[in-house]
Structure formats: structure tokens, C-alpha cells
Design a protein. Structure first.
Length: 664
């Protein structure tokens, strides 16, 4: 028997050493593939590389699982017993894969019961390993819907549960799911990868910890995986965040189209002491509730608003609230942002709408910090370090003092723009220059404003607007005899369109995104010319318009400095998040092109265009615009060319950032 044990022990050690050796070349393959992906590849080569990467990652996962398997089987395997924060462990695990979930359009929600002690005693690494395996499986096998992660505590036992709306598991497969090497459906595992060892390892770890693990069907479709382990409560951390007393008149409105996310946030807020909480699923209903509450003199004091909602998103809703004088004085707004989706969003540095924002899935500690700071000072909101700056004053340009001069005093300017964020940004710039500003949300309103205020000097005219487009409104105004300056505002930079704009009576082009310096120079250029130029003047504009579409800079560092008010800590975070997100978008684009999914190609191009514009990476933004435009026409040849341009410009951008950070 002893000789037999020695043989098993020797075999286990040999296998473990071999696996360590195998993992090294696999990791080298994965790293090399990543380097190859940064080079110019045609479609066929890119697909081969994608297959190599997928296979290498499956091999590495298999090697890691077998290594764990051999460790558990050996007599040397021991569990730790140390105090750890079980809530933090849970939230960190969810964090690791939340971006992947949100990129698939899956809502992932973390729900920690107040019964869970802050500290427990056990092996945090092994508990985390089991949690990660179960949540990763849920994300892997769920294509739409939600993943609900729950943690509770009862009679010395931690209970962990992951509910998904995925593909589900048959009753027959459930019986064998936790056995060694079992794979439920070979075709599914070929598609998603996996060794069949993960759940077996989870069961063995839970058994060693004297716990239980299992699976059952989600009655609404999908699966529910759970485990429970005995973990004794440990001494709590005395540095726990304390919440000030909540005023009696505090009322909270949660606006989120996902019912599960709303209910979970409500429970978190209730555990902090909030009592009067209402929930609504869309922006229009939210406005009705806010207005009604104001009229009955029982206003909401806080609103948590999801950024991504159908019909009216978080930015549009905030715009509506801020444009209502009765509402904006009494309420604090907090934006809920899916992790990894909008970290690069620089609008909050210019706009004055949200008091704070917090990333989904919501961590309890971050929510406590936000609520604490919110209650401590209602009127004087400071930057919240833990959740980033919230209600921020307009940044002061770092260039010259002249930027702040009221040089446009007395000039009457109409902004015709349907998007509330763009409208607010350019309005902020113009009022800072001293101009008298008028607003129109579509082409029809623009015409009505000119009919009512014929002395308006300049119109900033968005080209794509509802009811009447910018070109239609321009043609009608010129027929009516309007003699002021009309400046087209567009993200387009096609010279053919520019020539058409000139033909119908547009005087100049302002290419989006709006920049303070470009808006300023446009007004300085035209404020002394308050009549339609003659034909010769229009002709002289063509070289100017042609210059707009010349090669754009990789990164407009000066504009970026101005936008962040020289706060380089914030700036470096924006850049880091932009690079991370863009790398993810590049992979999404590769997959969408490989499957000729023009809708996703278009969406990805649109996201690249917008995110790059937000940090003034103009050449990348332009490449994204070209991808989006070509996808609308299902023009694969142009998409591939634009993709190569995007990759080249992104590589240049990263080099530029490295040089910049090294002081070059």
C-alpha cells in the first residue's frame, strides 16, 4: 500500500512538473499572437490568428485545471484559515468579468445580503476560485439577459448563488456535471472551450471545505449554480464607512429599464437607511414622477439614473431635468454606468448635470462613499475620489487669457442641434464668450427662432436633425431672405458634401466634436461679416473647406489639456481607459468583420468614433467614422481599408502617449 502511494505521489509530482513546463510555451504562443495582431493582416490571416489564440487559451485553461486537479489529489494540499472580507472578494470576482458581460449586452448584478459579516475565516483564494469558475461559466453560456450573483449568511454558513438566463442544462447532464472530465454537450464545448474539469475541481474544493455545491434550473430559463461552506465570522474592520443621518424629507428615484438591477439597488439603499424609494423603468415616466412630486411639494432629493436605456438615455434625461428650473434646484443626480462602457466619457468635465457616477455592478463600498459625501454636503459638492469627479465647473483653458474674454458680447447666435449634450457643450462655450444664445432642437424650431428674432447674426446648424434637416432649414431660410451667417455642424468631412452645403447657402463648416478653440476662431472669423458673402467670397472658402479633410492629428494634446483643466491624474486615467476599451473594440471589430455582421461593424465603428473624439484622438475618430459609414452600405472593401487605417492610427496613438508620458 505504501509503495502504491509512493507511485501515485511520484506520478502526481511528475504530472505537475510537466504541466509547469507545458504552460510556458503556451503563454509564449499567446503573447506572440497578441504581437502579430498589432501588425497588418488580411482577413484570412486574421481568422487563422484568431483560431490559434482561441486554441492556445483553451490549452492553457486545460493545463491550469489539471494542475489544480493534481494539487487537490496530493497529500500536500492544505487549506488556509485566515480572516478575509467575503463581500469584497465577491465584488472583485464579478469585476474581473463584468466588462465581458456588459460587452455581450448582459446585465450583471451583485446582491450581498446585510446578514453577511464583514470578515470571515477561511481560505480566500479557494473560495474566490470557485466563485470565479461559476460566474465565468454563467457569462460564457449566456448570450442575452442577465446574471444575478447573490451572497448570504445563515448559521455560520456562507451561501453563494449564480443565476443566469443562458442555454440551460438538461436533467440528465445535471446528474454528471460535477464528475471528473464530464462535458455536457461536445458541440457546445467545442464552441465555447473548456476542459470539463472546472466544475469537478469546484466540487472537490467545496468538499474539502466541508461544504455543498449544486445546480438547478432557472424557472425563467437558464441555470442556477450554488454552493455553501461553513465560514466563521471574524473580527470586523473598525474603519467601516459611516453614513450620516438621513434627513426625513429624503426621497430617492431609481431609473433603470432592468428590473433586477433596480430591485438590487433599492435593497442596497434600504440597507443604508433610505426609506422613501421609488422605481421607474424609463426616462419619460421618470420625468412625470419628478414633476408630479414637485407639484405636490414632496420632491425627490436623489435620482440614480442608468446611462443606457431605450427611448431616452441617462444623458437625455439629465438634460430634461436640468432644463426644468423647478426640478434642478432640489435634486441630486447620479449616473449608473456599466463597467468599461463609458469610462472615457469626458462630458462630465464640461457639463454640470450629474453630482456623481458609479459603475455597475454596484459595489456596496462605493455606494456608501457616494451616499456619505452626498449627505454631508448638499450644496457644495466636492470631487469624490472613489467614484471620480461629479459636479464639475467648466474647465479653464490653459492657453491664453484671451480665451476667457467676452469678445462675443452683443452677438446673437442660434444653436440648432438636436442632441442635448452637444447643444449644452456649445452653449457653454458661447455664453463663456459673452454671446446672446438662442436654442432650437430641430430644423423647424430653427426657422421659428429666426422668424421671431430676425436680428440673429450667426446660426450653428446641425446637419442631421429631426423634422427638418440642417440643409432643408438652410434652404428655407435663404428663400425667406435670411442674410446671417450659417455654419454647418457635422461629424462628416466629405468634400462633396461641403460643396453642396456652399451651394445652398451655408458659409462655413465646423467639424465635430466641438472644441472651444475652433468655436472661438469661427466666431472671430465671421462676426464682422453679417451678410451673405458674394460669389467670389464663397469661392475663396473652398480651399478652407478642403483643408478640413486633410490628415487629422493623431492626438490634439492641447485640446485634451484644456478639456481636463490640466488635471493629469484624471487625464491619465481617461487615456488608460480609452486604450483598454479600444483594444477590446478592435477585437469586436475583427469578429464582426469575420462573420460579415454589418450591424455590429457599424455599432463598433460608431463607438470608436465617439470615444476617440472624446479624448481628441482625431485620426482614430475619423477611421471609426469611415468604418461606420462603410458598414451602412455593406461595403466590405472599404471597411477593411478603414480597419487598417484604424489599426495604424491606434498604434501611432499608443506610441504618442508613451512618448508624452516619457516627457518627449
Amino acid at each position: 500500500m505504501q509503495i502504491h502511494d509512493l507511485k501515485i505521489d511520484y506520478a502526481s509530482r511528475f504530472l505537475a512538473n510537466t504541466l509547469h513546463e507545458i504552460r510556458t510555451p503556451i503563454q509564449t504562443i499567446i503573447s506572440t499572437v497578441e504581437l502579430i495582431q498589432d501588425t497588418h493582416l488580411d482577413r484570412e490571416q486574421a481568422e487563422y490568428i484568431r483560431q490559434i489564440q482561441f486554441s492556445a487559451e483553451v490549452l492553457l485553461d486545460l493545463a491550469n485545471n489539471i494542475l489544480d486537479f493534481t494539487k487537490i489529489r496530493s497529500k500536500e494540499f492544505k487549506l488556509e484559515s485566515i480572516p478575509f472580507d467575503i463581500t469584497t472578494i465577491t465584488e472583485q470576482v464579478v469585476d474581473l468579468i463584468s466588462i465581458e458581460a456588459f460587452n455581450k449586452g448582459i446585465e450583471i448584478v451583485t446582491d450581498v445580503s446585510p446578514s453577511v459579516p464583514q470578515m470571515v475565516s477561511g481560505d480566500p483564494v479557494r473560495v474566490q476560485q470557485v466563485m470565479l469558475n461559476l460566474i465565468k461559466n454563467a457569462v460564457k453560456f449566456t448570450n442575452h439577459g442577465y446574471i444575478h450573483v447573490e451572497l448570504s449568511y445563515n448559521k455560520g454558513n456562507i451561501f453563494f448563488q449564480v443565476t443566469d438566463s443562458g442555454i440551460g442544462i438538461s436533467e440528465e447532464n445535471k446528474k454528471q456535471l460535477f464528475t471528473e472530465y464530464f462535458q455536457g454537450d461536445i458541440s457546445t464545448y467545442r464552441k465555447f472551450g473548456g476542459s470539463g474539469l472546472g466544475l469537478s475541481i469546484c466540487k472537490q474544493l467545496i468538499s474539502i471545505m466541508n461544504g455543498k455545491i449544486g445546480v438547478k434550473s432557472n424557472p425563467f430559463g437558464g441555470s442556477i449554480f450554488w454552493f455553501s461552506v461553513p465560514l466563521a465570522s471574524a473580527i470586523a474592520n473598525t474603519n467601516e464607512i459611516t453614513i450620516p443621518e438621513i434627513p426625513k424629507n429624503t426621497r430617492v428615484l431609481i431609473v433603470d429599464d432592468n428590473d433586477l438591477a433596480s430591485r438590487t439597488l433599492m435593497k442596497k439603499l434600504q440597507s443604508l437607511g433610505f426609506k422613501d424609494i421609488e422605481v421607474t423603468a424609463d426616462g419619460y415616466a421618470a420625468m412625470n414622477q419628478l414633476v408630479f412630486a414637485e407639484r405636490i411639494r414632496s420632491p425627490f432629493t436623489h435620482a440614480f439614473i442608468d446611462m443606457q436605456m431605450p427611448l431616452i438615455d441617462g444623458w437625455h434625461l439629465a438634460s430634461e431635468i436640468m432644463n426644468n428650473p423647478e426640478l434642478k434646484e432640489n435634486i441630486k443626480l447620479f449616473l449608473l454606468i456599466p463597467e468599461g462602457q463609458m469610462r472615457k466619457d469626458a462630458k462630465m468635465k464640461v457639463l454640470n448635470w450629474y453630482n456623481g457616477y458609479i459603475y455597475k455592478p454596484i459595489k456596496m463600498c462605493k455606494l456608501k462613499e457616494l451616499v456619505r459625501d452626498s449627505l454631508e454636503s448638499f450644496d457644495d459638492i466636492e470631487s469624490l475620489e472613489s467614484v471620480e469627479p461629479q459636479r464639475v465647473s467648466e474647465p479653464v483653458p490653459a492657453t491664453t487669457k484671451a480665451s476667457n474674454d467676452k469678445f462675443a458680447t452683443g452677438i446673437k447666435i442660434l444653436i440648432a442641434e438636436d442632441h442635448p449634450v452637444n447643444r449644452k457643450i456649445i452653449e457653454t462655450f458661447l455664453k463663456g464668450f459673452g454671446a446672446d444664445v438662442f436654442i432650437a432642437e430641430d430644423g423647424e424650431q430653427a426657422i421659428e427662432q429666426i422668424d421671431s428674432h430676425k436680428d440673429i447674426d450667426i446660426i450653428f446648424m446641425d446637419i442631421f436633425m429631426p423634422k427638418k434637416s440642417g440643409t432643408e432649414a438652410t434652404e428655407e431660410l435663404r428663400k425667406k431672405g435670411y442674410k446671417g451667417i450659417i455654419i454647418a455642424c457635422t461629424a462628416n468631412n466629405d468634400s462633396k458634401d461641403f460643396k453642396e452645403y456652399i451651394r445652398i447657402g451655408i458659409n462655413d463648416i465646423l467639424v465635430k466634436p466641438f472644441k472651444r478653440a475652433s468655436v472661438k476662431s469661427m466666431i472671430e472669423k465671421w462676426h464682422t461679416v453679417l451678410s451673405i458673402p458674394n460669389t467670389s467670397v464663397i469661392t475663396t472658402l473652398e480651399p478652407v473647406l478642403e483643408s478640413v479633410i486633410k490628415a487629422m492629428p493623431v492626438w490634439d494634446k492641447q485640446e485634451f489639456y484644456e478639456m481636463i483643466s490640466n488635471n493629469m491624474n484624471f487625464g491619465n486615467k481617461l487615456i488608460s481607459d480609452f486604450i483598454s476599451q479600444t483594444e477590446s473594440l478592435a477585437k469586436s471589430l475583427e469578429n464582426a468583420i469575420a462573420s460579415k455582421d454589418f450591424l455590429n461593424i457599424r455599432k463598433t465603428g460608431h463607438t470608436i468614433k465617439g470615444s476617440a473624439a472624446a479624448i481628441f484622438a482625431e485620426s482614430i475618430s475619423d477611421a471609426g467614422r469611415c468604418i461606420e459609414f462603410a458598414a451602412q452600405k455593406s461595403d466590405l472593401t472599404t471597411i477593411l481599408k478603414s480597419k487598417r487605417d484604424f489599426e495604424e492610427q491606434f498604434k501611432l496613438f499608443k506610441k504618442t502617449i508613451i512618448d508624452f508620458q516619457n516627457g518627449k
